[in-house]
Design a protein around this ligand. Structure first.
Ligand code: M6R
Length: 646
């Protein structure tokens, strides 16, 4: 949550930073801001707008902030007479915020500035001891201008920069050295931070720190760059350094140097990024959500590449478990949040069904506060698109302390989930920008299906022939998704019109259909703000059916499965009470038209693989309803793509 950018080089920074922030808006969009380091100018000179310059020949910081989206910064920068000098600055940092401490106001927008106005910081993360730090800083005379936790960083850095004794009470070695002052400030802070700081007395320098919050830096032909996501760097460079916890970077127009917490020089590994630039653009689609829904056939194919050896055995060598360890697994927990949790619900059916291993799916935020039964033969599977969800990470750490092997399924190479797990499968979805997960869900389900097959193979529950056949059918879902995208858009539109004015909707299904319904309901509520709830179809008569009145939308996953007839019976009960029924059904199913008002068809596929295809119409439906209701499809209110707070 929250996005950070920084640039120092030869070009004007403001426009670059705003463009970078726009790519990061998926991380939060409550407020935004820039700190630009204006070049020093001669004492008594006038600025470009003709105003007398009060900077006494020193460089100055210009802080530009707005409540709401990054576009507000463009308005500020375009205001005549405003930012005339700042727009020429070649060094600056920027931030787009998802509010944690303090409301989304201009005052709480980053950057935050020291008392003397010479140091500015942007921060992603949470400072857990901020109340005590703030109290002691105030005792020492610092005046706070915001409600945020981040502002303590500005004042701590200021003290160190001015030469206050270090945290151990010893003499300061940080006076007049921004990088050293940032390192010192970090010793006081408990919590998570990705941080970038600038100082008007060191124009051109950006000091960067990282602990439990992603930071990427890179060197391009025209300067040095920092961001909380590589997506903002790919225009400038493909070779980036993903900082590790406790590493620091000092950026200048000439280059980047790295140090550890003691200030010793280090040489971190360089990662090459091969995403295409299109990933960061809409590529002709009306929104990222639509683009990402349409990318799902590719995601299926890419996630499967190289997974089946010519011997017919599955090949997941990144698992981090030996075949012997794998064969001993006698319990699986899938831990995840939101959409990733729903992928886990599907995995439970597959792991228990194929491998006959008990599998529980738990919200990561709950798992860590229970005392789950974990033994050395427990496998914990952590699923996270972003790889940085705080609850999931905390649950991983907890599980490892308790002795479990942890296997991560994530979309982000080098993310904390990948690094802190014993093994990892990457979902190959490529960057997902829309806040609502679509293609990454499909990548997760495909990866979890592979894992279930592998467990079944290891336990001897499926033959090589069966695995080969299931693998082939798994691959076929790519074309089946494409077929849905090509043929069902009009049906989805009709169904969406029926939901447009509703206040609430129910999603129902049985077995796999029940798990798919959970994802359909989440998608609809997060992008269209329409209340939606998922219910096992057989449970309707135990309460929720009381909600049904004329026109109430009931969205049913009614694909051909062993429980199809029972699902249809449940739908008839809803129909009899006036519900408007929208069914996702299997091509060729005419019977469903007798009960459903609207039908969206998917190709026939075995029940175990049905989530990969049957979720797609529900993604399309949620998006279509959101568009009809005039919602911001890619950036729904109150949400952020990466949830790095607990
Ligand atoms: O990055 P993660 O997969 O760990 O994120 C988990 C949830 O925050 C995420 O799936 C969220 O529910 C999505 N917005 C749903 O579309």
């Amino acid at each position: 949550m929250c996005g950070i950018v920084g640039y120092t080089g030869v070009d004007a920074a403001a426009e670059l930073l705003v463009a970078g922030l726009k790519r990061l808006e998926y991380r939060g969009y409550d407020s935004a801001g820039l700190a630009l380091v204006e070049a020093p100018c001669a004492a008594g000179a006038a600025d470009a707008a003709g105003a007398a310059d009060a900077r006494d020949g020193r460089a100055a910081l210009d802080i530009i902030r707005c409540a709401g989206k990054v576009a507000g910064l463009e308005d500020e920068l375009a205001t005549p007479g405003r930012c005339t000098v700042a727009r020429l600055a070649t060094c600056g940092i920027g931030h787009t915020r998802w509010a944690t401490h303090g409301r989304p106001t201009v005052e709480n927008a980053h950057p935050h500035v020291s008392c003397d106005g010479r140091i500015a910081v942007v921060h992603n993360g949470i400072i857990e001891n901020f109340a005590e730090l703030r109290a002691s800083l105030e005792e020492r005379g610092h005046v706070f201008k915001s409600e945020t936790d981040t502002e303590v960083f500005a004042h701590l850095i200021e003290e160190a920069y001015q030469g206050a004794p270090n945290s151990a009470g010893g003499p300061a070695k940080t006076a007049g050295d921004l990088m050293a002052a940032v390192r010192e400030a970090c010793t006081h802070v408990v919590g998570a931070y990705g941080l970038a700081a600038v100082c008007a007395d060191e124009p051109g320098v950006i000091a960067v720190a990282r602990k439990d919050s992603p930071i990427v830096v890179g060197r391009g032909e025209r300067g040095s760059y920092v961001a909380s996501d590589v997506i903002t760097l790919i225009d400038a460079t493909r070779d980036v350094v993903v900082l590790e916890d406790g590493q620091f970077a000092r950026l200048s127009p000439e280059g980047i140097t790295y140090t550890d917490a003691q200030g010793r020089a280090i040489e971190p590994a360089v990662t090459h990024v091969d995403w295409d630039v299109d990933t960061a653009e809409k590529g002709g689609y009306p929104d990222f959500m639509m683009k990402e829904i349409c990318e799902q056939p590719r995601v299926v194919r890419d996630t499967l590449v190289g997974r089946l050896a010519s011997s017919g055995e599955l090949d997941i060598d990144e698992l981090g478990l030996t075949p012997e360890e794998l064969s001993l697994v006698d319990r699986v927990y899938v831990i995840a949040c939101g959409t990733s949790y729903h992928a886990g619900l599907i995995a439970k059916n597959l792991i228990e069904g194929w491998a006959r291993i008990p599998c529980a799916v738990e919200a990561a935020s709950e798992f860590r506060y229970r005392n789950p039964i974990i033994t050395p033969s427990t496998l914990v599977v952590a699923v996270s698109q972003s790889g940085e969800t705080a609850d999931t990470l905390a649950a991983i750490r907890d599980a490892r302390i308790k002795g479990a092997k942890v296997f991560g399924i994530t979309n982000v190479v080098g993310s904390p989930v990948a690094r802190e797990s014993d093994g990892v499968i990457y979902t190959k979805a490529n960057k997902e920008i829309a806040v609502a997960s679509t293609k990454s869900f499909t990548g997760q389900v495909v990866s979890l299906t592979l894992l279930a097959l592998l467990l079944a193979q290891t336990k001897g529950k499926l033959t090589t022939g069966q695995i080969r056949m299931l693998f082939r059918e798994l691959g076929d879902t790519a074309e089946q998704i494409q077929h849905i995208l090509d043929t069902q858009r009009a049906a989805v539109h009709e169904a969406a019109l029926a939901c447009r004015e509703a206040r609430s909707a129910l999603f129902v299904g049985r077995g796999m259909g029940s798990a798919i319904s959970c994802e359909g309901a989440l998608k609809l509520k997060e992008v269209s703000y329409l209340h939606a709830e998922a219910y096992a179809a057989g449970e309707m008569k135990h309460g929720p059916i009381a909600l049904i009145e004329r026109g109430f939308p009931v969205i049913a996953v009614a694909t051909k499965s062993p429980t199809y007839d029972k699902t249809v019976s449940n739908l008839k009960e809803c129909e009899a009470r006036g519900a408007c029924i929208i069914a996702v059904a299997t091509e060729g199913d005419e019977e469903i038209t007798r009960v459903a008002d609207h039908v969206i068809y998917v190709p026939p596929v075995r029940d175990a693989l049905s989530p990969i295809t049957a979720t797609v119409p529900l993604q399309l439906l949620a998006r279509e309803v959101a568009v009809l209701r005039g919602c911001d499809v890619d950036q729904p209110r109150n949400l952020a793509k990466s949830v790095t707070v607990e």
